[in-house]
Ligand binder design. Structure first.
Ligand code: TYM
Length: 335
């Protein structure tokens, strides 16, 4: 693996079934980066337990996520695919970084504020507050240059940079300062029911999202029911958020520019346009779904990829953690 290549780290939580937001905002871009960069693509299961998970669902989704990475075109020979909890360095680094973080900055994170509202009655877990520090640790222990994520993660990347800079200036140069890498079209796929909100796998309304694994008839139904407006013109404008979102989705699937999509549907209303959006999605997702199902038949193959991935990841991550330990004044264990 190229020593001189720049390093990429990114991950997805196995906390719900994956949506096309995760696919267009993250996975599809990762595939494009795999030749040029040394990529670490992680299944961030430690993050998933910041909210309650059913153990058997978490296990199933973790395997499905590995299969989805590979089925989407992330080559396990070229990339390091692994499960976060298999590399203890993430947690070691997180504790040290935790001790350099402030409750104030963590409680100001938008995602924390949103999630705390949701769990106000049942109790807000401490993991929700500390979660962005774990994300910072994920990125920094690989000395990542770039972090390809959707727009909703930009605040977390900013915090990562702040924590890295703080550590570097307190203890001397230790971390590379990473940058976010946000895709153009798929950066923020919106809810099909409330197109001013992000499409989210944790939404209570299944009509608001399309899952990567949704069968064709479900995709057709959900797109047909997607909220638009009564303007009746396929136009890429913030005044028509529902239509704009469907155009983005079509553009992500077909590579067509939004200007070309406007031209193609000029004077046609929404019916044919929606049918074609659904068709484009089916074309994109069906081959992936078939491959995921195929891969899930051979769990030991998937486990083997993760084992090799974790070995390689640990080697790199442990080097950074040793450095961190030395700098804060810990005595390193004898080798
Ligand atoms: P998560 O699991 O919520 O989402 C995974 C990726 O999918 C992107 N995404 C979207 N992109 C466009 N439109 C949407 N509607 C949409 N919904 C989700 C997210 O931006 C993300 O890139 N904290 C992270 C996981 C994480 C991580 C990391 C990422 C943990 N450690 C280190 C990068 C580097 C998260 O909860 O993503």
């Amino acid at each position: 693996m190229g020593e001189n290549k720049k390093v990429i780290f990114s991950g997805i939580q196995p906390s719900g079934e994956l949506t096309i937001g995760n696919y267009f905002g993250a996975i599809k871009n990762w595939v494009k980066l795999q030749d040029e960069y040394d990529c670490y693509y992680c299944i961030v299961d430690l993050h998933a337990i910041t909210v309650k998970q059913e153990p058997k669902d978490l296990r199933r989704r973790t395997l499905q996520l590995i299969a989805t990475y590979i089925a989407s075109g992330i080559d396990p020979e070229k990339n390091t695919i692994f499960i976060q909890s298999h590399v203890p360095a993430h947690v070691q680094a997180q504790w040290i970084l935790n001790c350099t973080s402030y409750v104030g900055e963590l409680s100001r994170m938008t995602q924390f504020k949103d999630k705390s509202k949701k769990y106000e009655d049942t109790g807000i877990g401490a993991g929700l507050l500390n979660y962005p520090v774990l994300m910072a640790a994920d990125i920094l222990i690989y000395q990542a240059d770039l972090v390809p994520v959707g727009k909703d993660q930009t605040q977390h990347i900013e915090l990562t940079r702040d924590l890295a800079q703080r550590f570097n200036s307190t203890y001397s140069e230790t971390f590379k300062i990473p940058e976010g890498y946000i895709p153009t079209g798929g950066a923020k796929i919106m809810s099909l029911q409330e197109p001013i909100k992000k499409m989210s796998k944790s939404s209570d309304n299944p009509n608001s999202f399309i899952l990567i694994m949704d069968p064709p008839e479900v995709i057709k139904r959900k797109v047909a029911r997607a909220v638009t407006d009564n303007i009746g013109v396929v136009k890429y404008t913030d005044d028509q958020p529902g239509v704009k979102n469907l155009m983005n989705i079509m553009s992500c699937c077909t590579g067509m520019s939004t200007a070309d999509i406007e031209k193609k549907y000029e004077g046609q209303g929404y019916a044919k346009f929606k049918e074609d959006v659904a068709e484009a999605l089916i074309q994109e997702l069906e081959p992936i779904q078939n491959k995921v199902n195929e891969l899930l038949k051979d769990k030991s193959y998937l486990q083997d990829i993760c084992k090799k991935g974790a070995q390689k990841a640990s080697y790199v991550a442990n080097k950074t953690v040793s450095k961190m330990m030395r700098k804060v004044g810990f005595i390193l264990p004898e080798k």
